[in-house]
Design a protein around this ligand. Sequence first.
Ligand SMILES: *Cc1c(COP(=O)(O)O)cnc(C)c1O
Length: 409
Amino acid sequence: MRDPAALDAQDALGYLRERFLLPDSTVYLDGNSLGVLPAAVPARLEQLLREEWGCDLISSWNRHDWIGMPIRVGEKIAALVGAGPGQVLCCDSISLNLFKLLTTALQLRPGRSVILSQRDNFPTDLYLAEGISDLLGDARCTLRSVPLEQLAGAMNSEVAVLMLTQVNFRDGSLHDVQALTRAAHAQGILVLWDLAHSAGVLPIQLDAWEVDMAVGCGYKFLNGGPGAPAFVYLAERHQNQVSQPLSGWLGHAQPFAFEPDYRPAPGIRRYLAGTPGILGMAALDTALDCFEGVSMAALRAKSLALSTYFIEGIGEDLAAGELRLLTPREGARRGSHVALAHPHAWGVSQALIEAGVIVDFREPDVVRFGFAPLYNSFADVACAIQRLRHILASEQYRDARFRQRPQVT
Ligand SMILES: *Cc1c(COP(=O)(O)O)cnc(C)c1O
């Protein structure tokens, strides 16, 4: 294995770690679940609380442009996902935004009723489609979730929208967004991409790839903090044709006219429903400044260098024991986390966390190692390998204290 200190010394992005507050003793490899606290966020929230909310009170909606935040923060995110202006809005959770976009897609494709997805897509995506099907009835909406190998064959004239996640949350495998989008369009199918595990770590070109719709997460690689608002993208060519059913007042053309009838706002703003959570969005707004002056290509290159270093570093352990690599070895086919399967995955993950290497566990037998190129170092990876090796060799994962499972894994 190459010396991690030498690799860190050559890392042109190493200086970015200072933009974050990371406990010294912690190796944090879970930025794909909850990003790290950016150093500038506490001061921004303090100022927001004491000055904007504390002193300027309700006038802050205008004076500090709270009302414009969903659009303003949306535009910052747009720059990271290759979207031109007027197409991205920061609001709500991915789950709610999926509801808005899936119902939009069904309206844009009357006569087609199928939402096509992958069986191992992230559950909330599938659950939302089920909920819409229950609400509208099978004739208007049916979820068809198929194994990956059957996706291409399932694209037909019954399908209104293909809903996929770019990077699989469990095994870290990466879809070719452009190719799948093209294949869907050839059948008249709209595409909705979930960018939860890719926004902020992969170069994404929503406009150039002619993606129709997308959603993404504010609290993973964008580091917006627990429960930070998500985002929604709708290509300009699809805007203003249909409305969305969460027709709340802030998506109205004139919310402060207080009209009794709904008239949707023009453009992306009609995808707002209710009052945005300003505290959470302000944290995300400031967190996004961590990307200043950094290219997505450079972040992607570092992310791949980190995950490759990890996979190569555990090569012997993979060959020798019960550990299995679920993530594709080929860099171009994986996102920014590496998934390892182990019969005692829960115990392995808990022993790692106890040893200061924060990873997470996913059912049924997966330990995930997330590599966030903004703040992770090669030294982090080397430390994770060394501690993992010790845990496997000592079989610490069998310890009785690792049997308890809390509510959140
Ligand atoms: C994390 C994640 C979500 C989260 O959805 P919320 O409704 O924002 O909690 C959705 N989809 C995928 C693929 C995810 O990884």
